[in-house]
Write a protein that binds this ligand. Structure first.
Ligand code: SAM
Length: 286
């Protein structure tokens, strides 16, 4: 990247480089990366009259090469935006997706039936996106979160602190060892791994190479974790507890059916912003 370029021209050149690499949305990526680097809004880039310093130009060129190699923008800058949150990432955290914001909406809907209070458990919390959102948006709830990745939990704890949210984190294989929560959970929420094992290899490079595989792989039919949740969660659930589970495309009815077979009452599906069923809602016990 030549030095002395103004922001607008640097982004234009970077957009061309990314277009040549085949990375999707090249111009948008070039602009977002530059706005993150300069600490200005994307819409303000064209007003940023200062030429890039040598250091900025070098850093930007490095970021653009990483993006050309299909590293996601959020991994390059080390953070992602989710609802009201800025979330730090590491190599064992999934990049939180906008689709998951609708899962939080569904969870808040069930929590609000209890006046926004109660014990919430987010299973497989990753960066903490769901748990921290609920803790921040419903401060009277008591929020617990688990993951079996110690590194993911490190990021989630830091994210809770940075965002001023109170969440109790536990390292656990799903619910194993969470005896303090026995019969105490009012709302269980999870975005479990749900991609069919064989399909993981066919995902876009941004996901296949950069999201942690344990966050994606849902077993041979993608439904392994739902079966485990329905089988293993009941000892922790209070009678009447709500359950909100993110589901992959086309999995909603199958997940409601698995829950029903295990003694849960299916409440229905909620759509994401694109109109795709994204959250399965159930109730335990009544
Ligand atoms: C699809 S990611 C969801 C991350 C985050 N909740 C979100 O929505 O962005 C699934 C998460 O489940 C965790 N996970 C996978 N298997 C697990 C298990 N057996 N017990 C606990 N957590 C698990 C992964 O480490 C990952 O963080």
């Amino acid at each position: 990247m030549p030095t002395g370029l103004r922001a607008r021209d640097a982004a234009r050149d970077a957009g061309r480089r990314l277009r040549g690499s085949g990375a999707p949305e090249p111009e948008a990526s070039a602009e977002v990366l530059l706005s993150e680097l300069l600490g200005v809004g994307r819409g303000e880039l064209s007003l940023h009259g200062q030429p890039l310093s040598d250091g900025q130009a070098r850093l930007y060129a490095g970021w653009i090469e990483r993006r050309a190699n299909r590293e996601p923008v959020q991994r390059i800058v080390g953070r992602a935006y989710f609802r009201n949150l800025v979330l730090g990432l590491n190599e064992e955290t999934l990049i939180p997706r906008p689709d998951t914001e609708s899962v939080v909406d569904a969870a808040l809907e069930l929590l609000d039936e209890r006046g926004g209070e109660g014990v919430v458990l987010d299973v497989g919390t990753g960066s903490g996106a769901i748990a921290i959102s609920i803790a921040q948006e419903r401060p009277r709830a008591t929020v617990h979160a688990t993951d079996f990745s110690a590194r993911a939990l490190e990021a989630a704890k830091e994210n809770a602190t940075e965002n001023g949210a109170s969440v109790r984190f536990h390292r656990a294989d799903l619910f194993a060892g969470l005896t303090i929560l026995e019969r105490g959970v009012d709302l269980l929420v999870s975005n479990p791994p749900y991609i069919e094992a064989e399909a993981v290899e066919k995902l876009a490079p941004e996901v296949r190479y950069w999201d942690p595989r344990p966050a994606l792989d849902g077993g041979p039919d993608g439904l392994l974790f739902y079966r485990r949740v329905f089988e293993e969660a009941p000892p922790l659930l209070r009678d009447g507890a709500g359950v909100v589970l993110e589901v992959g495309d086309g999995q909603g009815e199958a997940v409601l059916g698995l829950g029903k077979d295990a003694g849960f009452v299916p409440l229905g599906l909620r759509e994401d912003l694109a109109g795709t069923p994204r959250a399965a809602l159930l109730r335990w016990g009544r």
